[in-house]
Design a protein around this ligand. Structure first.
Ligand code: FAD
Length: 350
């Protein structure tokens, strides 16, 4: 049995930052994630993309932000159970919780913070015969390592931001990029549509619209897709086919834990501390919903902070918490009283 103060389900940016805020309050955390690496959507869906709305960073790569969060929480030595999905949660008579994964690992904690984001990642798959056979043999649903497409012929399908953005990015990496969409108009950002058009004019992206992939070909692995365009079928030789039709949000096992769910998200008390209908279980980041909810990284950071304060108050009834600025108290140092803070300031001036 793994013992901790807060069991965090989800190692996305929200879950990782919760470790830091909990550490400031001397609360230990253990994180569970179904993926083999931390980072959530940032690592899984868009590791190479720049993010522009993290305070203090004019721009930061998604993977870089996760590396920085990992560096920031290292000092608090969180535990990790990776590659295992949290499957069940049992509240004990003393108000603590046991969370068990699909591989049977048990975690015992005083509170649970669900930071499960979109839940498990389920790509929307095209209805093509033998699709499953070609998975990992040329069919990819995510671009995790762009370098694997260097010098290759790739076919991307889709009309949203992911299809456009990856076509633009991979135009500089792959030997040939085809972008296939069933309509002439794209749903993605205007700026991206214009970039794709410009790359098409330079011969770096081959646009095929309105068209659909109707068949996959290849013996031991994919070597061509069949594209139907204007009622005619053409073979397009390729090494990779990347259908980017979005993700189906799937809460997975979380849906069966007796939590109040609304539109695939967990309802929380946002006026106070992001607690769910089960006292002691919190939901933070993309996984929760409340009036005015915004699914943004910085909102997850804020929610994680208030959740930690609430857990601290729950575990220390009657103890007055004094807000500490890290600039004053440092991270591992003082008890946050004015006297201690003043001492710290004097010391830093000395
Ligand atoms: C293409 C794209 C671009 C984006 N750009 C921006 C941007 O510029 N700025 C911005 O603020 N936001 C952006 N976002 C949104 C941002 O990525 C999310 O708001 C953020 O990832 C939410 O973080 P999270 O930690 O709450 O959840 P996630 O990042 O989704 O992480 C949740 C983790 O929980 C795990 N999990 C779920 N269920 C279980 C379970 N039962 N057991 C174990 N593990 C589980 C998942 O495997 C996942 O790793 C973008 C999103 C996308 C898709």
């Amino acid at each position: 049995m793994i013992e901790t103060d807060i069991i965090i389900i989800g190692a996305g940016p929200t879950g990782l930052f919760a470790v830091f805020e909990a550490g400031l309050l001397k609360l230990k955390c253990h994180i569970i994630d179904g993926l083999p690496q931390p980072g959530g959507q940032l690592t899984e869906l868009y590791p190479k993309k720049p993010i522009f709305d993290i305070p203090g960073y004019p721009t930061v790569g998604a993977a870089e932000l996760i590396d920085n969060l990992m560096e920031q929480i290292k000092q608090f030595q969180p535990g990790f159970t990776l590659n295992e999905v949290a499957e069940s949660i049992e509240k004990q008579e003393d108000g603590t919780f046991i969370v068990t994964t699909n591989k049977g690992t048990k975690h015992h904690g005083k509170a649970v913070a669900i930071a499960g984001g979109l839940g498990s990642f389920e790509p929307r798959k095209p209805e093509l015969e033998n699709l499953a056979y070609y998975e990992d043999k040329g069919v990819e649903y995510f671009v995790k390592k762009p370098e694997m497409f260097a010098g290759k012929h790739i076919v991307i399908a889709g009309g949203g931001d992911s299809a456009l953005d990856w076509s633009i990015y991979l135009a500089d990496v792959a030997e040939k990029v085809y972008l296939v969409h069933r309509r002439n108009e794209f749903r993605g950002a205007l700026d991206s549509v214009e970039k794709v058009q410009a790359l098409k004019d330079q011969g770096k992206i081959h646009l095929i619209t309105p068209a659909e992939i109707v068949e996959l070909k290849g013996t031991t692995r994919l070597d061509a897709v069949v594209v139907e365009c204007d009622g005619e079928r053409h073979d397009v030789p390729c090494d990779y086919f990347i259908p980017l039709f979005g993700l189906t949000p799937k809460l997975g096992p979380i849906a069966d834990w007796g939590l109040e769910i609304e539109k695939n998200a967990i309802k929380v008390n946002n006026a106070l501390d992001y607690q769910t209908n089960i006292p002691g279980i919190y939901a933070i980041g993309d996984i929760n919903t409340y009036p005015g909810k915004l699914k943004l990284i910085l909102c997850g950071f804020h929610e994680a902070t208030l959740m930690c304060q609430s857990v601290y108050n729950m575990l220390n009834p009657g103890k007055k918490y004094v807000l500490k600025y890290t600039t004053v108290s440092g991270i591992n140092g003082f008890d946050g009283t004015r006297k201690e803070a003043e001492k710290a300031v004097v010391k830093s001036i000395e």
